[in-house]
Write a protein that binds this ligand. Structure first.
Ligand code: ATP
Length: 444
């Protein structure tokens, strides 16, 4: 993880928030390559949900919601973590994340000092809206995006004539006052979620639950993720959220071990029932195709962390490889093997030399490619070193312009994964790159 964190900083994927002031815990800034990667991961998910499914539409709800929302959802009462402090070294722990024997003996796992009793700690960030800081002005930063979908589900049925079963997808920020934030961007106080809530008829929920488990698994496979680094974890009774009938996490094998990447939850009709009670509005669905049958739908939720997906994709792509063809044992390269559709830069254009018109020719080629791909241009330093810089940024293709290019209008196309180089006519580049992206198969 240290290697990934340092690469992320060095290459402008992720910086510590407010670094010049010593950093802000639980918050990170996405640099030029990071924002491109994050946008592409979000784009892949958005396409998967809304473009490829006729029965899923999008939404972008506000972060600030009426505070009653969080009473109805149960977050004011239940969204807590158990907290213990060490009286001696002042370290703070989530009681469910330290060894049971330490908890039983009230012994600090770090210094052996005495631990306090366990107390509940609400994870919602609370602030005030308006000038008066009284209880009437309390407002929360949303701890999940889902509630924005629930309170809008009737609006969407009416405005878009949706019929059950259907889904609503949303990507957005969520905030949790996490007790322990470690492991880089894995667990942060400010993060982004990609959530899809699928509304189904009660009784069909188990079937849809299994269907969404299948679809989410297949999604990661298509994204080119190492499938032996993914597994399912079913929540047992103690783990199940207060609203859930069944829940499975997709876990990824991060450098610190197996951890949750995404949850698929059967949230029953809990949320909509509670919103009916708390708002006084009827949240029932009226099935006009079925004698106006009325019911409160069940909800199957797929809830993935976007920023956690960024970390997963970085870890999954990271590789260090001994470069055999040099005959030099010390020659290693760091390479990020992103799927080309996720890579922040798709193609880098490199003139072999700055002089003799090669730079101008390379700039022309870049200008053409820009219309279709995310490009980079680099003319500084030895060509081998420039390839390595692109490998480290995860750029799947490099186009090199040399003296032959001036004569016969061909360029060298170099592949990141195999380091293979082929000659391609300049005018065929765009089509060739499109084909390579479409047919991409990870080789390592
Ligand atoms: P955990 O048990 O790890 O705290 P959770 O079960 O509370 O997570 P959910 O409420 O199911 O998580 O949230 C859905 C997804 O949102 C998670 O799978 C994760 O990818 C992401 N997520 C949740 N909390 C955070 C966080 N603090 N930082 C980054 N991503 C998060």
């Amino acid at each position: 993880m240290e290697k990934i964190t340092s690469l992320a900083k060095r290459r402008g994927f992720v910086f510590q928030s407010s670094e010049i002031y010593g950093g802000q815990n639980g918050a990170w800034d996405y640099g030029p390559l990071g924002i491109e990667l994050k946008n592409r991961i979000a784009g892949a998910w958005w396409k998967e949900m809304t473009q490829l499914n006729d029965d899923i539409v999008g939404l972008d709800a506000a972060i600030l919601m009426h505070p009653r929302t969080w009473e109805a959802s149960g977050h004011v009462e239940n969204f807590t973590d158990p907290l213990v402090d060490c009286k001696k070294c002042k370290a703070r722990f989530r009681a469910d994340m330290i060894p049971e024997e330490n908890l039983a003996a009230k012994k600090c796992p770090e210094c052996g000092g005495e631990l306090t009793d366990t107390r509940k700690f609400n994870l919602m960030f609370k602030t005030h809206i308006g000038p008066a800081e009284d209880t009437a002005s309390i407002i929360y930063l949303r701890p999940e995006t889902a509630q924005g979908i629930y309170v809008n589900y009737k609006n969407i049925i009416q405005s878009n004539r949706m019929k059950i079963p259907f889904g609503i997808a949303q990507i957005g920020k969520a905030f949790r006052n996490e007790i322990v934030t470690k492991n880089f961007i894995f667990r942060t106080c400010e993060f982004e979620q990609m959530e899809m809530q699928f509304f189904v008829k009660p009784g069909s929920d188990d079937e849809w639950f299994n269907e969404w488990k299948k679809r989410r698994w297949a999604y990661y496979d298509r994204l080119g993720v190492k499938m032996d680094h993914l597994r399912w974890h079913q929540h047992d009774k103690d783990e199940l959220a207060h609203y859930a009938k069944d829940a499975y996490d997709i876990q990824y094998l991060f450098p610190m071990g197996w951890r949750e990447l995404e949850g698929v939850h059967n949230r029953t009709n809990y949320d909509l029932t509670r919103h009916t009670q708390f708002s006084g509005k009827d949240m029932q669905y009226i099935d006009q195709d079925n004698n106006n049958e009325r019911y409160i739908p069940y909800i199957i939720e797929t809830s993935a962390g976007l920023t956690r997906n960024v970390l997963m994709i970085l870890c999954d792509a990271y590789d260090e490889e001994q470069v055999a063809d040099k005959g030099n044992d010390d020659d290693w390269r760091t390479v990020l093997r992103f799927h080309p559709s996720l890579a922040p830069v798709t193609v880098a254009v490199l003139p072999l030399m700055k002089k003799d018109g090669l730079a101008e020719l390379a700039q022309d080629i870049r200008r053409e490619l820009k219309e279709d791909f995310a490009t980079d241009y680099d003319q500084a330093g030895a060509i081998g070193r420039r390839y390595r810089r692109q490998d480290e940024a995860g750029t799947p293709f490099c186009v090199t312009v040399d003296y032959q290019s001036k004569e016969d209008n061909t360029v060298t196309l170099r592949f990141r994964d195999s380091m293979e180089q082929i000659r391609v006519p300049k005018q065929e580049l765009t089509a060739r790159l499109r084909q390579e992206i479409k047919e991409y198969k990870r080789i390592k």
